[in-house]
Design a protein around this ligand. Structure first.
Ligand SMILES: C[S@@+](CC[C@H](N)C(=O)[O-])C[C@H]1O[C@@H](n2cnc3c(N)ncnc32)[C@H](O)[C@@H]1O
Length: 190
């Protein structure tokens, strides 16, 4: 959907945005990290929210993206420059955003300077990538909420990651497409 009043075409439903807002509201302040940003739809709310002190975007920026089928998703004009232009045009504070054009596998040590408390995984929609992206987020975020978009596409990857968790967690389906895993035991989403 085109986010109202912006030039950002997000691969989100209204119920996903409500789910993201509910999660943000449970924090007094937080840092945000997402894997898979495309035009910035899932970043916008955080960049507009003063409670969000820093945001990180990790996106491979290719024109097609693998999934669990033989038909990759096509992505047009998938560049960080294009995303930043659209976000700025929508009034977002892009000064708190740091972007990595690549994956979790080629990110430089120290790129994520502030501990994220809210993460969103919406990059490569394969089970393997979902599991690896979760492990990456969990290595940084031991107290917070790690969400998946398109949860049913990567269900096996999510379950594989959760089976290997070494600490208690709670899992919530926040919308048709969003699953949230709360780690750290604060029960913010209860
Ligand atoms: C579904 S789009 C993200 C949509 C965005 N979250 C929104 O709200 O509109 C998926 C994005 O993930 C990126 N991507 C694909 N594979 C990736 C990977 N292995 N690591 C990081 N990003 C990846 C693609 O370049 C694409 O921009």
């Amino acid at each position: 959907m085109l986010l109202p009043g912006t030039k950002i075409d997000a691969s989100l439903m209204q119920s996903d945005i409500i789910a993201f807002n509910i999660v943000m509201d449970r924090f007094d302040e937080y840092c945000y990290l997402e894997i898979g940003s495309y035009k910035g739809g899932s970043l916008l709310g955080h960049l507009l929210n003063p409670k969000c002190k820093a945001a990180y975007s990790i996106d491979i920026r290719t024109n097609s993206s693998k999934n669990n089928t033989n038909n990759p998703d096509t992505l047009d004009n998938n560049t960080t420059e294009d995303m930043l232009w659209r976000l700025e045009d929508a009034g977002a504070d892009i000064s708190k955003l740091k972007c990595h054009d690549g994956t979790i596998h080629d990110i430089s040590e120290g790129f994520v300077e502030k501990t994220p408390n809210i993460c969103l995984i919406d990059g490569e929609h394969t089970n393997k990538a979902a599991e690896e992206d979760f492990n990456f987020c969990y290595s940084l975020c031991k107290d917070g909420v790690i969400m998946f978009h398109d949860k049913d596409h990567v269900k096996a990857g999510i379950e594989a990651a959760l089976r290997k968790m070494d600490a208690p967690y709670t899992s919530y389906d926040l919308s048709t497409l969003v699953r949230a895993i709360e780690v750290g035991g604060k029960d913010r989403l209860k």
